[in-house]
Design a binder for this molecule. Structure first.
Ligand SMILES: [Fe+2]
Length: 306
């Protein structure tokens, strides 16, 4: 019998951006110090047990919570552009357990809380954060939280969740194990690497305005004794200029600029750039080689080990 209602998969949640990522850390002060003194974030709220850090008008892009062991990407928050009750109804109809809570943080009075398939991470969906009062320009601070990459035991259920229910679009794939998904014009807000060996976060990435901004930050990192373990280079998938270093807890931190964008979903290809391999550059599956991983130089094999 034909249903008068669209199936949940036909009406995915309208996610507008990656909002925040939460980390557990045994030393909130140490990691807060890294974010504020080295990456030039602003600590909007901070005590011994937690910290809320931002780069711009949102109350927070990074949340730190004290715990016995370091653990990254315990929570990922996405801003959505629709009524929470409508999103909750469709997610529930699709078989997901969704709880609406008002006690997550004062800056996000209403949050839908659900479990990400297979990872043990928690997903928050909210319609807006209160503003932080952060304003003005600094030469160093990243322009925004860009994306977060995670190991998953199997891509299928995770892609079903993000593409089918949260409306993410498929941007690229490397081999059969590394998928890049977008929720707005940016090439990816979430990427997932299939692995039977590893779990948890692969890296988190903050956007720099341009290569000069990135260079200023790299000199600042060096002054603070943080060294790169990969880059600078240019990825194929996404074409972002990248660098990677580790925060004091050992998490991989990417600083990037010049990420591909799609400005017209109907057109379906990335805005043309002279460094593209294809004209036009459509989402595709890449071979695992230098072109896909680093157009400028060597592959750091530990970064694609899975
Ligand atoms: Fe990245």
């Amino acid at each position: 019998m034909e249903t008068p209602y669209p199936t949940p998969a036909d009406t995915p949640v309208r996610v507008s951006k990656l909002g925040y990522v939460e980390f557990q850390t045994p030393d909130v002060d140490r990691l807060t110090n890294y974010y504020t003194k080295v990456l030039d974030f602003v600590a909007v709220e901070q005590d011994q047990s937690e910290a809320y850090l931002t780069t711009s008008f949102d109350h927070h892009a990074v949340v730190l919570k004290k715990a016995a062991d370091s653990k990254a990407r315990t929570v990922v928050g996405y801003e959505i552009f629709e009524e929470l009750s409508d999103a909750q109804r469709r997610l529930t109809a699709a078989g997901y357990s969704v709880e609406r809570r008002s006690d997550i943080a004062p800056s996000t009075p209403d949050v839908l809380v659900l479990a990400e398939p297979l990872t043990g991470s928690t997903i928050h969906l909210y319609d807006a954060q209160s503003t932080s009062g952060v304003e003005g320009y600094t030469p160093i601070r990243p322009s925004k939280l860009g994306h977060v990459a995670s190991f998953v035991p199997d891509l299928g259920p995770v892609q079903d969740f993000y593409q089918g229910l949260l409306g993410f679009r498929w941007s690229d794939m490397i081999g059969d194990f590394f998928v890049f998904l977008r929720c707005n014009s940016d090439h990816h807000a979430a990427n997932f690497m299939a692995s039977k060996k590893f779990e948890g976060m692969h890296h988190i990435a903050y956007e720099m305005r341009d290569l000069n901004h990135l260079q200023t930050m790299l000199d600042h990192l060096a002054k603070n004794d943080f060294r790169l373990h990969w880059g600078p280079g240019r990825h194929g998938a996404g074409h972002n200029l990248f660098t990677y270093h580790k925060d004091p807890d050992g998490n991989n931190i990417e600083l990037f600029t010049q990420l591909d964008v799609i400005t017209d979903e109907a057109k379906g290809y990335f805005e043309p750039r002279p460094w593209h391999e294809d004209y036009p550059q459509y989402p595709k599956t890449w071979e695992v080689d230098l072109v896909a991983v680093n157009a400028w130089g060597p592959i750091e094999h530990s970064m694609i080990e899975h």
